[in-house]
Write a protein that binds this ligand. Structure first.
Ligand SMILES: Cc1ncc(COP(=O)(O)O)c(C=O)c1O
Length: 459
């Protein structure tokens, strides 16, 4: 068979060299970004103008005075006012390999050289297949998940999952889910999300059956949640389409729960033929294994799993029994060629070695960061950096009095000093980080130093 033109382009030594040279040239420039830097006085006016314009065109100001310049290096990002920030939020957890990672960039450029910008479910290119192939291969190692379907984001991946479970359990409508859950921004995912601020003025569909999350201070927590689940199921027998959970409560406060908490719940669901759906939009690739269901050793219970964020596109994974009838899930877009190409590269980087496992870099970062925060809490910031923890690269602590106003002020102060963080949860509100896997030990020290200064100076 004569070689396809597409293959000739991908394998052309001239094209490969151009891509390498291009990425190296960009990396050379990006490598000048080595640490936190204040705004350049000459660029302040320009920086402010673009921030104001962004607020103007979207009808709402930015959360932070942040508009990126398109450059960065690892955990550091350059903004339009010439400042450089240490970015521990990464677009709410997208840039797992940091800013301007040369391998990710090269993959993105390779994707951009294909004939189309967006790929679709009707006419995919090979990256579509390669992405799903890799994802399903990794997912099926320790679960019964067998197929995947692409979507543009976590919300759409979740919509597909809910439709699948409802089709399989038709005419069941109700959903077992947790208090303080977050599931996305569509009409149904806003319903599943347990935050009134995210659905002001929307009608209630009353299809959610809430369960209390794990309370590490209550020895009866596991039993209490199971009892409530059983009550819901008894009251709505035959009308429950799924049990959905985030392996760690994300937006709800970065509250982890042990395997022993989930086990009786998923066991009970199995006995009642209720499909179990893990929403791993936030946890995918971050917990020390590719999936948090692996970290929690729950793979055999999972019927559906949704991912997005670090994958650069969304996807719904499902078992043989959950494979939906044709027509139920589709959509025009299934991710851009550059995003799919980058997503494949990120998964390859993670599974090639070094990052995963209890002794891998992800858990190493977790231990070092948590330990440094705990030290602050015991020394210079006594009692003001409480409850540091989370799962893998998702870290949080409760600062000061844990009140929203205090945490908002602290976030502003951290930003001004060069550290980008975010909040989660309510009562207490916690300060959270979505740490990139490429953070170095010295960057952790710098981040913790900034936190220490901001807290000591008072907010
Ligand atoms: C657990 C969880 N599910 C769903 C979503 C929604 O994903 P997206 O914002 O890509 O639509 C998020 C986003 O933060 C999430 O954390």
């Amino acid at each position: 068979m004569s070689q396809l033109i597409g293959q000739q382009i991908a394998e052309s030594p001239v094209v490969q060299k151009l891509v390498t040279d291009l990425v190296n040239e960009v990396a050379k420039l990006n490598n000048q970004i080595t640490g936190v830097r204040e705004a350049n006085p000459e660029m302040k006016t320009h920086g402010q103008a673009i921030i104001d314009q962004t607020g103007k065109v979207r009808g709402r100001p930015l959360n932070y005075p942040y508009v990126g310049s398109g450059s960065g290096s690892g955990v550091y990002v350059e903004l339009e006012d010439g400042s450089v920030k240490l970015d521990l939020i990464n677009g709410i957890g997208i840039h797992l390999m940091g800013h301007a990672n040369p391998r990710v960039m090269a993959a993105t450029v390779r994707g951009a050289l294909s004939d189309i910008v967006n790929q679709g479910n009707l006419q995919p290119n090979k990256e579509y297949t390669m992405f799903l192939d890799k994802l399903v291969a990794v997912a099926s190692r320790k679960s019964r998940l067998k197929y995947g379907w692409l979507a543009t984001c976590g919300t759409m991946a979740n919509e597909s999952a809910l439709k699948i479970t409802r089709q399989k359990r038709t005419p069941a409508r109700m959903v077992l889910c947790f208090k303080n859950a977050f599931a996305g921004r569509s009409t149904m995912m806003a319903e599943l999300t347990d935050n009134p601020a995210y659905k002001v003025g929307l009608p209630e569909y009353n299809e959610m059956l809430r369960l209390p999350w794990y309370d590490k201070n209550d020895p009866r927590s596991i039993e209490k949640t199971l009892t409530i689940m059983k009550e819901h199921v008894a009251k709505h027998e035959g009308n429950i389409s799924t049990f959905v959970f985030e392996p760690m409560l994300g937006e709800g406060g970065y509250m982890p729960a042990p395997r022993e908490f989930f086990l009786p719940l998923v066991d009970f669901c199995k006995s009642k033929n209720i499909p179990v759906w893990a929403d791993e939009v936030q946890t995918f690739t971050r917990t020390g294994e590719m999936f948090a269901f692996e970290t929690l050793d729950l793979g055999q219970y999972i019927d559906l799993c949704t991912i997005a964020k670090t994958a650069q596109v969304g996807a719904t994974l499902y078992t043989e029994e959950m494979n939906p009838a044709p027509g139920l899930i589709a959509g025009t877009f299934s991710g851009t060629s550059p995003a799919l190409s980058a997503g494949i590269e990120i998964m390859n980087m993670l599974t090639e070695g070094g990052y995963l496992g209890s002794q891998g870099r992800i858990m190493d970062i977790h231990r070092k960061f948590v330990s440094a925060l705990n030290t602050l809490n015991e020394t210079t910031c006594k009692g003001k950096v409480q409850d540091a923890g989370g799962m893998g690269l998702m870290l949080a602590f409760t600062p000061l009095d844990g009140k929203k106003e205090t945490v908002d002020k602290l976030l502003k102060s951290l930003f001004a000093k060069g550290l980008i963080a975010f909040s989660c949860g309510k009562d207490p509100v916690r300060l959270r980080f979505l740490v990139p896997a490429v953070i170095r030990d010295e960057d952790i020290k710098i981040a913790v130093k900034i936190i220490e200064q901001a807290i000591i100076e008072g907010v």
